[in-house]
Design a protein. Sequence first.
Length: 389
Amino acid sequence: MTRTASNLRFSVLQGFYWSAFCVLYTFLVPLYRQYGYSEITIGTLSMLTSLASVLIQPLWGMACDRSGRLRGILILNVTAAVPLAFGLLLGRDAPVRMGVIVFLLSATYLSMGPVIDSWTMKLVNQGHGIRYSLTRGIGSLVYAVTAAGFGRLLDAAGMGVIPFVFALQAALIVLIAIVTRSPAREAHHDIKSSPFAAISALMGNRRFVMFLISLILLYAGNGAIMVFMPVRMEALGGTNATLGIAMTVMALCEVPAMLLHHRFVRHIRNDTLLTASLFFFVVKGVATALAPSATVLILVQTLQFVSFGLYLPSAVQYINRLVDEKSLVTALLLFSSATYGLGMMIGGMAGGLLADAFGVQAMMLMLSGVTLTGVLLFAGSNIRHARAA
């Protein structure tokens, strides 16, 4: 398979995955609002989604690193998510049932993004010439297009279309995964080794552990802000279509940052880019809280360029440099588990309680301080490492 063909297939795979992610996950909070769930219930459901990431994602990482069957594990989970998506229609007046469904969706489909990232990075390390920042940037671009159109579709046709659109996208993901190259077997642990060998080794990596702790704090603050952004948009007079526009702007602004990341790192150290991007998470959170109108809140999403757009490829490259290749999938799934899992879980709980007590805007300002703490911890860790080197 040529370099161009490999990049094309991973770009399509990322595009289909993040398009389906948008359909399945981005509009969950508006669905909860339509069902009449309170802020505390929304926060609890967000916590359950994150709890599944904390508990299940490291297990998928170990399975991938031991077996090398990234394709099979991806196809299994994407397929399993289809009937679960239809279960979302059964959640009205049944928040407990909805909790079970979103937990299982997080354990299956929502856990597969890092598997695709790991699949890409393993082939990069084996010299196949795949550009992770390019393929992941295409994923953000397709997400943006999906968010723009799907918000309007929901306003016109209702929330009931979500599982049907997702089922079609899931079928496309399976088809492209089948024809995509797998990493060589030597890039994985021996199947006879301890299943927890990779996690044990990673927990002995001080810089990796400090990075995870920093990101748990960052996502505890910023994650809650993102979960409740649809509520903030609604308070400012926005609709599902307006939210879709905001998500489109946000995702579009990620794309050039990801596509240009390989050029930035030629002139600026990756660690410096990563630190700067984390700081702009704080700026974006405060701006989201203080936005006076839905239009301004949409404009705030342009900060995604200097926050998430630079952060993701910088973080993946940072981890790829810190850990052994045989533990890479586990490391990236622990990274996702710490951020979208534990960090978001803490943020969802705290966000729901604080929003119920003080209002959504005040909650966002309070938790921006937690985000800043995570940034300062990471910056301090890097400074200490540089001095010790």
